[in-house]
Ligand binder design. Structure first.
Ligand code: 9D3
Length: 260
């Protein structure tokens, strides 16, 4: 069973996944579990302080090793003495769909959330198995990153989504960006829905959606597109894929000529 044990100074933030949406429903269905461990409980001093000034000086505070290790120890004990420890940190490897899929197929992890300037490096050396980041921007702490990781992982569990097809069809599941979506009305502020989507011609609709995904990925995320293409070429492009790529190339060339 997937289980997350979260070491955090802000356990109340995890109501975001326990009290709302797909993650809440999956929890109610018994598909995963969560427990929070607050290092403040192991502060070990009269003031309950879990941070201290950085050796070497500089701004900000650093989370002390002892309360963190004791919280991690309590989490490990609750998991039967084992569990991979993932530290959410700006210095980590970027979170990917591959890592999320791998976690979804595991028994979960202990998620270590930092605050202030970060945590004492000796905790990382002694306890941390993996360091994971959401990307190159600054958050105020690890909690929002842990929430993102939990949300992404839980939605991959069989039975988490109402429409079973959805998780596999998600963007990134096949390495491409999603296609555009429309709902009623057919015309909004003078903007019509693409005709093909009203045609009822399912083959054409599939083809249009794939073409939109390919064109968008090529335009907006060239590195993702290159990866998809290399993978598909290795396996052999389907006739439809090859045809769509030729169309996209031709339309892109035509657009470039028009704007010159
Ligand atoms: C302004 C503070 N920075 C000083 C150079 C360093 C810094 C310390 C602590 C920056 C961010 C944080 C807190 N961030 C996280 O805990 C975090 C994070 C992030 O900031 N961005 C992307 N992914 C993650 S995962 C955890």
């Amino acid at each position: 069973m997937l289980r997350f044990d979260v070491v955090t100074l802000f356990p109340e933030m995890f109501a975001a996944v326990t009290e709302s949406g797909i993650t809440r429903r999956a929890l109610e269905r018994g598909l995963w579990q969560i427990a929070c461990w607050n290092p403040r409980q192991w502060a070990g001093n009269a003031y309950g302080s879990v941070d201290d000034r950085p050796f070497g000086g500089g701004p900000g505070m650093v989370m002390r090793a002892e309360p963190l290790e004791k919280a991690i120890g309590a989490a490990k004990a609750a998991r039967g003495g084992t569990g991979k420890v993932i530290y959410l940190s700006p210095q980590g490897q970027p979170l990917t769909h591959a890592r999320v899929k791998s976690l979804a197929g595991s028994d979960g992890a202990i998620l270590l959330c930092g605050r202030y300037e970060g945590i004492d490096e000796r905790v990382i050396a002694r306890c941390v198995d993996e360091e994971v980041s959401l990307g190159d921007f600054v958050l105020s702490g690890g909690e929002i990153a842990a929430l993102a990781l939990i949300d992404a992982t839980v939605r991959q569990l069989p039975g988490a989504l109402n429409d079973e097809a959805s998780a596999a069809e998600d963007s990134f599941a096949d390495g491409l960006l999603d296609c555009p979506h429309y709902t009623r009305p057919e015309v909004y502020e003078g903007m019509p829905v693409p005709e093909v989507l009203l045609s009822g011609h399912h083959e054409n609709i599939r083809r249009w959606r794939l073409k939109q995904s390919l064109a968008r990925t090529r335009e907006r995320r060239p590195e993702l597109f290159a990866k998809w293409l290399a993978q598909r070429v290795a396996r052999g492009l389907s006739k439809i894929e090859a045809q769509l790529l030729r169309e996209i190339e031709a339309e892109s060339n035509a657009a470039a000529l028009r704007s010159s």
